[in-house]
Design a protein around this ligand. Structure first.
Ligand SMILES: Nc1nc2c(ncn2[C@@H]2O[C@H](COP(=O)(O)OP(=O)(O)OP(=O)(O)O)[C@@H](O)[C@H]2O)c(=O)[nH]1
Ligand SMILES: [Mg+2]
Length: 413
């Protein structure tokens, strides 16, 4: 009896020891920390996982951190000597991607191109946002390709659902009508939540608060040229607050009342209209009507403080209350663009003619041969849409007093 008691005590002791070790180990691997770009060269890739709904918005590492670093070492995509991370000089900036878990394979292509053409030299962070929890697969696959820290954020439910002032019956009728008219994404609820989120909330996510600049990236895009300089620093050094690669007119059926709603907002807040604005880029009759011109917002490099300004926040709220995200199908591109055109000093808006960009179905490919050679662009200038009449760049160049590249006529229509 005494012997079996002693055995029991010994067993209990070892069991306790085991539990304690497991606890210490698990603590060790889930401690929140960030890795500076320089030390990142020797250490594992770190993920942070921020959940906007949880009380703790702080960073919680992904459980497969070690796996990700192993994969990274094996495929050799992140060799230390290819990185030129200049600590202390970097701008507070990050890529930001709104995505579903099912977008994982397509977003890898976008990430790899941006890493190869730009970010492997700078290791800027990457923020992923989703209306559902990101899967382990999404986090593992994306974190192994990004050279900077990756962050994963959950969107709060109230930012991805019908607000209580929306008549859902009326919204359903719009979707049915647009379905019959075959308006692209006209019958989609999630597309509307996406447009509303990109219009009014992405910049307010807790993870975004640590950054000043962002570069929006979507699945399935292409970057054609080397970005062999710190593009965020370029934005900051030149005092640019918004930049784009493609601009075009919007389908009017998606925004029938957007302009009149904007006009009544401006009437109530005339001081928000910037003196040096781009009104003539969005209106051909001095503000009476909207010509549809917008920056194609699937690509944006911008300054977050603009979206967080009282002018924009109040504008978004005004539009949101008007209900056009649901009673029509207002897109974030015309909304961002109208705000930039009206509230921002036009000298802060920049067109990138040296990145080369594709999002189905349009290409931006530098028509200037020197740029294509210098930046090793891999695209056909005959595909470029920049100088075509249908698009809005000619007008932008004129209003900004910019000189078009030599030979641009060959690529017009
Ligand atoms: N989390 C989440 N992301 C979404 C959802 N719908 C779209 N997105 C993301 O929002 C962005 C814009 O959506 P897209 O479907 O690309 O919209 P689009 O560019 O107008 O249309 P496409 O021509 O299909 O690319 C992309 O980064 C998508 O991954 C959704 O329901 N949930
Ligand atoms: Mg897209």
């Amino acid at each position: 009896m005494a012997r079996s008691n002693a055995r029991l005590v010994r067993f209990g002791f070892f069991a306790l020891l085991l539990i304690l070790s497991a606890y210490i180990l698990s603590k060790g691997s889930s401690t929140s920390y960030s890795v500076s770009p320089a030390s990142k060269q020797q250490t594992a890739n770190t993920n942070t996982n921020a959940n906007a709904n949880a009380n703790d918005n702080n960073k919680v590492p992904v459980s497969n951190k070690e796996d990700a670093s192993l994969l990274k070492a094996q495929d050799g995509s992140s060799s230390a000597d290819t990185k030129k991370v200049v600590s202390g000089e970097k701008v507070k900036a990050a890529f930001v991607t709104l995505a579903r878990n099912s977008d994982v394979w397509e977003i890898l292509g976008s990430i790899k191109q941006i890493e190869d053409r730009f970010n492997h030299n700078y290791a800027y962070d990457w923020v992923f946002l989703n209306d559902e929890e990101f899967s382990e697969e999404f986090k593992r696959e994306t974190s192994r390709l990004v050279s900077g820290t990756t962050h994963y954020g959950l969107i709060p439910h109230d930012q991805w659902s019908f607000p209580d002032w929306i008549d859902t019956q009326k919204a359903a009728e719009t979707r049915e009508r647009m379905r019959q008219q075959q308006v692209i994404y006209g019958d989609s609820i999630s597309y509307r939540h996406m447009c509303r989120y990109e219009s009014g909330f992405f910049f307010r996510h807790p993870i975004m608060q640590q950054f000043d600049y962002y570069w929006r990236v979507e699945p399935g895009i292409k970057i054609f040229c080397d970005v062999d300089y710190d593009i965020f620093k370029f934005m900051s050094d030149n005092d640019y607050e918004y930049s784009f690669t493609i601009s075009l007119p919007e389908y009017v059926t998606t925004i029938p009342t957007l302009w009149e709603t904007t006009r009544s907002f401006i009437k109530e807040h005339p001081s928000y209209l910037h003196q040096n604005n781009l009104m003539d880029w969005v209106s051909d009759d001095g503000g009476l009507t909207y010509n549809g011109c917008h920056f194609w917002s699937n690509f944006e490099i911008g300054k977050l403080s603009f979206w967080n300004s009282p002018a924009y926040l109040e504008y978004f709220e005004y539009l949101d209350k008007a209900g056009g995200f649901f009673y029509e199908r207002w897109g974030d591109a015309p909304i961002h663009s109208i705000a930039v055109a009206l509230f921002m000093d036009k000298s802060k808006v920049h067109f990138f003619d040296n990145i080369g960009y594709f999002h189905n179905p349009f290409h931006n490919c530098p028509v200037n041969e020197k740029i294509r050679l210098d930046k090793k662009c891999a695209c056909n200038p005959n595909d470029d849409v920049t100088w075509k009449n249908y698009f809005c760049n000619n007008k932008f160049y004129k209003l900004q007093g910019l000189k078009k590249p030599e030979g641009w006529e060959r690529y017009g229509d």
